[in-house]
Design a protein around this ligand. Structure first.
Ligand code: ZN
Length: 427
């Protein structure tokens, strides 16, 4: 009997697709080990980013100008307090809380990341569908001239208005037919640098046939005329000669800037202060991280200006009919996405007095639950004298709880022994 090799089997599956378990099942092959290591490293990086987001949000509980953000992830939705949930196993185990207030505001580091990663997944799906159908996609970036001291809100409103002028009217209707435009999704970014706020719009435009760079450029130049004329009506203008118009065809393999675009939409906020110095351009979350680290009053003012501007404005918009065309369901609001609780089983109920003690280091409890599972989470709480309840009592949870209690009792017994014997004879 011969063994068949499957050369077309994908070499690597994304985390969550059962790849790690498959690697584990294949035994101690070097490839399996490498893959496991990669999963572990990716999980570790994701955890670090989450820690950063939790830390930033905690600072916002004190100083955000938005009441919703000050409550997000801090206040329980019910009398009984939140619950800790865990799903998955091994390196893929993930933990989260259910039953907490979520603000769904895009200047909240946690909600922005949750909402953003959902939107990035949807866009990735659309791009795959486009290419599978023989179509193509391109990224077009449209900017506005700006200077230090200009307020963010009127600039943002200016580019929103200008984009509405690009995508309406007779000329746009002609372009749809001429270029085979099937839809678009646009996102606003608002970095801040030495020349002030620089809001700009990245548009992912979709076509029903393959498009060359020249064809997309021809389309975008028509857009540019309408864009800069509309800006002019708002007392603003474009800056084409300084890279104000950037056009890139997105390749099916993801090159052409798509990965960067998606990771920006996903708000992969690190939460660490910027290292590039004060003169470089910073994203709002980098400004927040800098303020959090240094307490710089100018950074605080910039942050509050961003919070206030972003609160009433959309960062991501879909062209009419685009979602339906590519099989996406009704668009959920940021609030709806943010309010979805973590998946998995309810494991531990955290009464309000416990939650109040935990919430300032909540990411530490999540990390323990992910590393050591339920046993670890219970031991962590028990060591700190924090009561909890088991929400869903199942056999294995009961056994784990007993083991945690026994572990704690042994530690307590050792501690008492040491006290009795004197520290010099402790071990
Ligand atoms: Zn939030």
């Amino acid at each position: 009997m011969t063994r068949t090799l499957h050369p077309h089997e994908p070499a690597a599956r994304p985390p969550g697709a059962g790849g790690a378990r498959a690697a584990g099942a294949s035994g101690a092959s070097p490839l399996g080990n490498t893959r496991r290591q990669l999963f572990r490293q990716a999980a570790e990086r994701a955890r670090e980013r989450r820690d950063g987001r939790y830390r930033l949000r905690r600072r916002l509980w004190e100083f955000s100008s938005l009441a919703g953000v000050r409550r997000c992830g801090r206040v329980s939705r019910s009398e009984g307090g939140p619950t800790l949930r865990v799903s998955g196993d091994g390196v893929q185990r993930s933990a989260g809380f259910a039953g907490l207030v979520s603000c769904g505001i895009m200047s909240c580091p946690c909600c922005a990341a949750k909402v953003g990663s959902r939107r990035a997944e949807e866009i990735q799906h659309v791009v795959e569908r486009v290419h599978a159908e023989g179509g193509s996609a391109a990224l077009v970036t449209l900017t506005v001239r700006h200077r230090a001291g200009q307020r963010l809100a009127p600039l943002w409103d200016g580019i929103t208005y200008a984009w509405s002028r690009v995508t309406s009217g007779r000329r746009y209707a002609c372009e749809i037919a001429q270029f085979g435009i099937t839809g678009w999704v646009a996102v606003v970014e608002s970095p801040h640098g030495e020349a002030g706020w620089h809001p700009h719009r990245h548009v992912l435009v979709l076509f029903d046939t393959p498009m060359s760079q020249d064809m997309v450029t021809a389309l975008a130049e028509g857009w540019w005329d309408r864009w800069s004329r509309a800006l002019g009506r708002r007392g603003l203008d474009g800056i084409e000669h300084r890279g104000g118009l950037d056009v890139r065809v997105v390749r099916p393999d993801g090159s052409g800037g798509l990965g960067e675009y998606l990771s920006k939409i996903a708000h992969e906020v690190s939460g660490s202060p910027t290292k590039r110095g004060r003169r470089g351009s910073r994203t709002p979350f980098e400004i927040l991280a800098d303020f959090s680290a240094t307490g710089n009053a100018d950074d605080y003012d910039l942050w509050v200006e961003f919070e206030q501007a972003a609160q009433r404005r959309r960062t991501l918009t879909w062209g009419k009919g685009t979602r339906e065309r590519y099989g996406l369901r009704r668009e959920q609001s940021a609030q709806e996405i943010a309010e979805e609780d973590a998946g998995g089983d309810d494991l531990l109920g955290l009464p309000n007095e416990t939650w109040q003690a935990v919430r300032d280091r909540a990411e530490a409890l999540l990390a323990v639950a992910e590393r050591d599972g339920l046993l670890g989470a219970q031991a962590w709480l028990t060591e700190r004298g924090l009561p909890f309840t088991r929400v869903k009592a199942r056999d294995r949870y009961d056994r784990a709880a007993d083991a945690a209690r026994a572990h704690h009792q042994r530690r307590e017994a050792r501690r008492r022994w040491r006290t009795l014997l004197g520290t010099d004879r402790a071990d």
